[in-house]
Design a protein around this ligand. Structure first.
Ligand code: XBP
Ligand code: MG
Length: 252
């Protein structure tokens, strides 16, 4: 593989474990504000994650999981709920409830030090992605932040990754993507990107056979060793750029 030029990161589940104690709580607060008796448990939310995108997830719930009468004007209700949910999610972030996963800041810092280009490719709404980056990293480090409805089709469609590649005028062969879920992996692979997966409790039993590397997280030297679930990172217990480049090269 040619020399690595850019790293493209998913947000939810990859930069931080945002779903269970972030988005899920925010959805439930928005439902309560609207006087609805809907409540998404940790387990049910795992099933609802089958549908990417917050608005799409509420539709999916109404179509396939909701027991009881359907609302008369679902489009309007979903739009309002999603707006309220975004505010709740931003409040959770501002309160410091959500942290970066191990190794994320370290690897991004190393990439910056080496002059690699950085981008975000997420299904989440732009204000949510920005709020997380503002709290934990710095949005200005990312040349393109592709989010939510900026593309027609959400993951597992490749659109959001294709958008990033086009905006940055990059060949996918010179980049690596970072994902946490099967649908994210499929989106990145369909855009021609080699992909590292860091699993989380919601995704760890999914099919990651197309990934270059599968880890429990990126690891922190001396503090938080990572576990390699598939692929090779030599005899160190965290992922750095040298090992990433090796893993990409050996996956020809
Ligand atoms: C993220 C999502 C999003 C968030 C909610 O998927 O599926 O729907 O759960 O985001 P990925 P919004 O990590 O694969 O990009 O409510 O802002 O849409
Ligand atoms: Mg994700």
């Amino acid at each position: 593989m040619p020399t690595l030029q850019a790293l493209i990161f998913d947000v939810d589940g990859t930069l931080a474990e945002t779903e269970r104690e972030g988005h899920r709580i925010a959805f439930n607060r928005a439902f309560a504000d609207a006087g609805l008796d809907w409540y998404w448990s940790i387990e049910q939310y795992g099933k609802l994650l089958a549908r990417s995108g917050g608005k799409e997830r509420i539709y999916f719930y109404l179509q396939q999981h909701h027991q009881g009468p359907q609302p008369p004007n679902p489009d309007r209700l979903i739009g309002d709920l999603h707006e309220a949910k975004t505010e709740h999610y931003k409040q959770l972030l501002a309160a410091g409830k959500i942290h970066l996963r191990p190794g994320v800041k370290r690897l991004i810092q190393e990439a910056r030090d080496r002059g690699l280009r950085l981008a975000i490719a997420t299904t989440s709404a732009l204000p949510n992605a920005l709020a997380l980056l503002e709290k934990t990293l710095n949005p200005e480090w990312f040349e393109v932040i592709a989010a939510g409805d900026m593309v027609a089709a959400k993951k597992p469609a490749p659109d959001v990754y294709q958008y990033v590649l086009e905006k940055m005028d990059l060949d996918p062969g010179n980049c690596a993507a970072f994902e946490d879920s099967h649908h994210g992996l499929i989106a990145a692979c369909q855009a021609g990107l080699k992909t590292v997966v860091t699993v989380n409790p919601y995704t760890r039993n999914q099919d990651f056979s197309q990934a270059v590397l599968v880890l429990n997280h990126l690891g922190e030297p001396d503090r938080q060793p990572c576990t390699v679930l598939a692929g090779e990172i030599g005899d160190i217990d965290y992922l750095d750029l040298a090992q990433l480049q090796r893993a990409l090269n050996s996956d020809q």
